[in-house]
Design a binder for this molecule. Structure first.
Ligand code: SAH
Length: 348
């Protein structure tokens, strides 16, 4: 049995052909799925015997909503979803006037080990398939009753550590038969897996690449992100320049400000030297304090000083608005507290 969401239209057409069915049925089926009909029996323009065949080979895996949290402070929703194997992930939806945005998870857990992040505390359980990532968008659209027009791959997991499934997901999102979300409305965030950044650049897509930099030198970065032992900042920057040269897209550098660790003036100067002349944008994120981690958020004065330092040296900088701060809407915190409340970290 296959999850039909893991199939793209070409693949489903092929299946139809092999099973002596008309190829145009593939589009009809996806039309239903994108209209939130997730039961073959409700696909009324598909002949009954075709539906039976489909049911013998496919299922449509839409995760179950375990909880929905709505922020009282802003239009942020956090969904705790459960897949049929019992694994839990989280997706965050932010409603804006200019369109709704979703932050999807790409893996259950994460093996990157960043010291400030809650998603990685228990390591990785498994990759999500392209269809499982897509289902987060479909289910969330149904839940909020509105279209989602922007996607950020910034939930739990490292997208470039699940490269093939993530690429397949991006293709589905882009397809005009489906969500029809343009590449420019998609942001992929990575801790900096250099060979995969280069591979992505060679695909010549128009998505925004966000790099979790968080430190301006290798020595400091190694204390925050184990991936820094594998790839130096120089290699990451070189890969970013290659990405820019191929795609002409501006790169976002994410920089989580941690009190007394990476928010000093010295760090600011090093960052300016590092990024000078690169087509980029820096997103400063006052670190979200995770109770298992000792990192503390920079003071608002330090955030402001850091921001002004970068801006006054011509580096385009923004400070990330904290959304949904009352619902732990950050980086694996919710899944973690859910699992803890079950008093069983792995067996859900
Ligand atoms: N693995 C990918 C995407 C997931 S994390 C990556 O590393 O980019 C999305 C972003 O949230 C990353 O920039 C990550 O470093 C950051 N992040 C993780 N934990 C955080 C925390 N406690 N406070 C602020 N940002 C955090």
């Amino acid at each position: 049995m296959y999850n039909i969401l893991d199939f793209n239209p070409e693949k489903l057409k092929q299946w139809m052909k092999e099973n002596k069915e008309s190829e145009f049925r593939a589009k009809q089926i996806f039309d239903w799925i994108y209209k939130n009909i997730w039961d073959f029996d409700q696909m009324t323009n598909i002949p009954k015997n075709t539906r039976e065949k489909l049911k013998n080979s496919f299922y449509i895996e839409i995760p179950e909503v375990v909880h929905m949290y709505k922020s009282k402070l802003d239009d942020t929703f956090k969904f705790l979803y459960k897949y049929k194997d019992g694994n839990i992930i989280e997706s965050v939806v932010m409603k804006y006037k200019h369109g709704n945005s979703i932050c999807v998870s790409t893996q259950i857990g994460c093996r990157m080990g960043c010291k400030f992040c809650a998603s990685t505390l228990e390591g990785i359980v498994r990759n999500l398939s392209s269809g499982e990532i897509l289902a987060q968008v479909l289910k969330s659209q149904e839940q909020i009753g509105e279209r989602i027009s922007n996607i950020v791959l910034m939930g739990s997991g490292e997208p470039l550590d699940n490269y093939d499934n993530v690429m397949e997901f991006l293709n589905s999102v882009n397809a005009e038969y489906g969500l029809n979300i343009g590449q420019r409305h998609i942001t992929l965030s990575t801790c900096g897996i250099v060979p995969k950044i280069i591979e992505l650049a060679d695909k010549n897509m128009q998505i925004t690449l966000a790099i979790s930099l968080h430190a301006p030198n290798d020595e400091l970065r190694k204390t925050m992100m184990p991936v820094a032992y594998k790839y130096s900042i120089d290699e990451v920057i070189k890969a970013c320049k290659y990405y820019i040269s191929k795609t002409n897209r501006r790169i976002t550098f994410e920089y989580a400000l941690v009190n007394g660790v990476n928010d000093t003036r010295e760090c600011g100067f090093q960052l300016i030297q590092l990024l000078k002349g690169i087509l980029c944008h820096v997103n400063l994120i006052p670190v979200n304090e995770v109770k298992e981690r000792e990192f503390k958020k920079s003071s608002s004065n330090n955030v402001k000083d850091f921001y002004e330092m970068l801006s006054s040296h011509g580096i385009e900088t923004t400070i990330r608005r904290e959304m949904g701060s009352d619902i732990n809407a950050a980086c694996g915190q919710l899944r973690r507290s859910y699992l803890e409340s079950k008093n069983d970290l792995k067996g859900v």
